[in-house]
Every structure is written in structure tokens, then in C-alpha cells.
Design a protein around this ligand. Sequence first.
Ligand SMILES: C[S@@+](CC[C@H](N)C(=O)[O-])C[C@H]1O[C@@H](n2cnc3c(N)ncnc32)[C@H](O)[C@@H]1O
Length: 551
Amino acid sequence: MGKIRFSSLFHSSSSSPSSVDSETKKANRRSFSALSSSLRHKDGETNGAAKPAKAQAPSPAEKKQSSTSRMVELAKRITTATEKLEAHMKANNLPMPDFDVDAPADFPALPEDVQKSRLEIIHATKELGLLAHGPRESFLDVLALSAINHYNLAKLVPISTPIPLTTLATLTPLDPINLARILRMAMTNGIFCEPSPGVIAHTAASRVLAEDENMQAWIGFNGEDIFPSAGHVLQALEAHPEATSLTRSGFQFAFGTVDKEPMFATFGKDPVRARRMGRAMASLTGGEGYEPAFFVDVEKGGYDFSELDKVGGTFVDIGGSHGFICVDLAERYKNMRFVVQDLQKTVDSAPKPLSADAQVAERIELVAHDFFAEQVTKDADVYFFRWIMHNYSTPYAVRIIKNLVPALKPGARILINDHCLLEPGRESPWDERVMRRMDVVMLTLLNAQERTEEEFRALFAAASDGFVFKGVTRPKGCRMSIIEAVWKPDEVEKKAEEVPAPVAAAESAETTAAPAAEVVAEPAPVATEKAVVETSVEPVNGEEAKAVEAK
Ligand SMILES: C[S@@+](CC[C@H](N)C(=O)[O-])C[C@H]1O[C@@H](n2cnc3c(N)ncnc32)[C@H](O)[C@@H]1O
């Protein structure tokens, strides 16, 4: 299957956007009359040069004078409209809407004024929701957004001067009708506005899109990598219902690489796409609720290493990128030693030294190590995985943990820093949505997953009887949890009595593990801007495949 490009949705030819000439644009025009009349009107008004538009919304000065904020005004309107709707339903013995399974699927026919109230609730709650989320979280509706991003429309619209649609169209390869359709769809999510007919202006959300490169990358990754892959997940599941293989996910079905290479290898051949993914991940996981401080700072609920520090213990960060977690820890704990392990390419691209503070830098060793090989740092006190396990289905995750065993001394701790899914409904609705979305994105791209506590417990149990699963902690305000197990081979029998064995699924998954050839590296660092840009992506090759297979 060929690579899907959004340009192909807009052009019948395969020309690059810049090569589409005005003849092609004309050929693409359809019923243009309504738009062109409004544009003619606008052009007549402005002589082609945009005057600052008169926005429908109040001016900043008017806003300051107003004693009631837009949010409160919306909330009041929602209350009034909801009360009116409820009064009508009660007066007519109609059931109020409910999430219950027996609740009616549709609203009954409503009198015009009550229907108006219902629509008011729908629109006002949406607007209030967008305001409450803020511009950065307003990026929904993939197609319009992808097109805006792909054609750099946010950068083409001047930040503080509205621009006529006709002028904007000349700066793009897009037909003005299609340009208007895309923009007007995005406007329903608060991205751009049309302060007067045919004139486009920025909103706070479109401005973010113009100015935030990580956000641009996130939208590009979503629209041009995740979206096409999501469209093929059902095909992937039909063909391979176990959904564990790195080369049989929706991604491979979308991009014609089934049984050929994992996503990371595909990106490895395309540095622009790899960089976009690295930045996109930074945009996602560099935000609120994901700060490293939630792991390193005890006051924020982070892990307390003070006892280990007293004895100069060793902490190994596996897949640790450029070692930013270890640098943070080394600044806090002055006696501990640190080993950061990652792929050779990532190690090579790390800054040297890792910290300007010599006392910190001299205690951190950065080494190349493949976590699909046996652990090389023996007898450390802590082995740490951050944003690693969720990239792998159970067979791979179990293998990564198993590879630690030969290196472990009794009492060694394994810490995993990842999402840990709660039962449905126990997160705030937004957090639940973010985490479950990440879970299905993992399925879409990698046949991987976010996990529950039981699923983490099962990973350790499947890897070895010698692990005692200690549990999960989650700092307040953080979306990531700290999952802990301790290596206590002498307690195997005791543990067998205490812990029920939820291992069957993991074990059977392991026996159906996809070919080892698929186990390769993925794009790196997500935490620091610099690291993200230097993301390394390892293409799989025959030698690596054989090496992994032999493990
Ligand atoms: C999602 S990033 C997480 C980086 C870091 N732990 C963090 O919290 O931001 C995954 C990291 O694992 C590394 N990696 C991927 N495959 C690996 C392998 N087989 N062995 C060791 N490191 C690997 C990548 O280079 C990358 O740095």
C-alpha cells in the first residue's frame, strides 16, 4: 500500500504543493459563486489589502470593561437553557437524558424554543469547554488541522493583521474553495476566525500553531502518521488478532511495510519524519503532568533515594536517552553513581560532558547497551525504565525484564515510570481520555500498550519467579506512575503463596512472540528539546535481526 499524502486529497496530480499552477487551481474550482461574491465584496471594500477586521467578539477594551467574563456568561446561558429544557421535559413527563443503558437514544421532538435551548446548551458547553481547555488543547478534527499544518497556513496568516482569503489562497497551492472549507471546519474548534466574510484572522489556538514547532510536529505526526495508521488498525486486527508484532500494526498496513520493518525502522530511513515524531513526543510528554520532577523530586512525590545515597548506590537508566533523569538525580544525591544505557547512536549524539557540574558529570557513565541483550551492568541497586515498556507488547516487555535477571543481586529494585491505567472512570475525564488515547495510539503504531497494575505485575511474574511486585505509586498531579518490583529469589516460595498468578496471559503471549527480527530500536529522547531533535532511529538489519533472534 502506498504512502498516503494529504496533498493527494487536494490535488489530482502528484505535483508538489508549490508546483501546482493556477490552471490546476481553476480546474479544481466548483460552485464558487457564494464564496466569490463575498470575496468580491471584501476585495472591493479593501482594494485587495486587508484592513484590520472588525471582530464579532468584543474588543480587548470592551472585554476589560465588562464585569462578566465570557466563561461565566456561557455558564449562565447553559444554566438558563438547561433549566428551560428540564422544565419542558418534566411538564410533559419526558425522561431526562441519561447515560443509563435504558435511556432513550434520541431526544423527542421539541417545540422550537425548547429546541433552541437545547442547541444553546450544545454550543455553549463546547465553547466553554474550549475556553477551559485553553488554546493548546483545542486541536481536534484531524483532517482540517492536518491540512492547515501541511500547508503552513498558520504561518501564512499574519499574527495581528487579518488577511483576505483570496490573498491567502495565492500563497498556497490550494483552491480558494478548499482553503475556505478547511479553515471554516477548523474555526468550529476555535482555530482561526472569520471576523468579516472572507477575511481570516488568528485566534489564540491558531497562533499556537503558528509559533510552536513541537505543536506543528504533533499535528503533522497525528495527521500524517497516526491518522492513516488508525484507518488500518481494523485490517491489522483482522489479519493478526493477537496484535503483538512490531511489523503487523496499523502503521505497517497503512504504509505497505507489513512483515518488513517496524515503524522505527521506517522512520530511520526518513530523518524528517523521525524528527517530527521526536518533536511530537516532546510536545505530548513534555507537558503538564509529565515533568521529570515527579520522579526525581521527593517533595513532588518522587522516589526517595536518600538511603541509597548514603551507601553510594548505583542507578541504571535503561533507554535513558541523554541521561537527563540521572543528571537531575545526581544534582540531588551527591554520593550515588549512575549508568545511562541507550543505543550507540543516542550515546554518540549525547552532549559531553552530560553536565557542566563536574561533581555531577563524573558520577554518570553513558554506555551503549541494547535492552534486548543481557544486562551488562551487574549488581546495581536500581534498574529504571522510563517511557520504555509502553512501547512494547507483552512478549517484548517480558523479554526486556528477563534480560535483567543474570545481572541482579538480591534486593535490586526495578522501577518503571510509565502510565498505569486505572479502572475506567477513576481518572478525571480529561486524564482518562489522554491516557486511553495514548493506549490506542500505541496499538495503532506498535501493537504496544499502556498497562494496568495487574498487567505490570503479570510482566514481572512472567519474566521470573524471583521478582516480588511491590506496587504502584503515583505522585499527585502526575499522569505517570512509578511501578516497583524487587529481586528476591530467596522469597520465591513465600511469594507463590501470597500472590495469585495472573501470568497466564503474559506467558501465552510470550510463546506467540512475533519474530525476534522485529525487535529494534525506536526513536529516542522525549524529554529535552535538544535530545528530541537528535533522535536516533535504528533501522533493523540482518545482523541485528540474527543477534536478537539468538537471545
Ligand atoms: C521513548 S524514549 C524514552 C527516553 C527516556 N527514558 C525518557 O524518559 O524520555 C525510548 C528510549 O529507548 C532507547 N532505545 C530504543 N531501543 C533500545 C534498545 N533496544 N536498547 C536500548 N535503548 C533503546 C531510545 O533510543 C530512546 O532513548
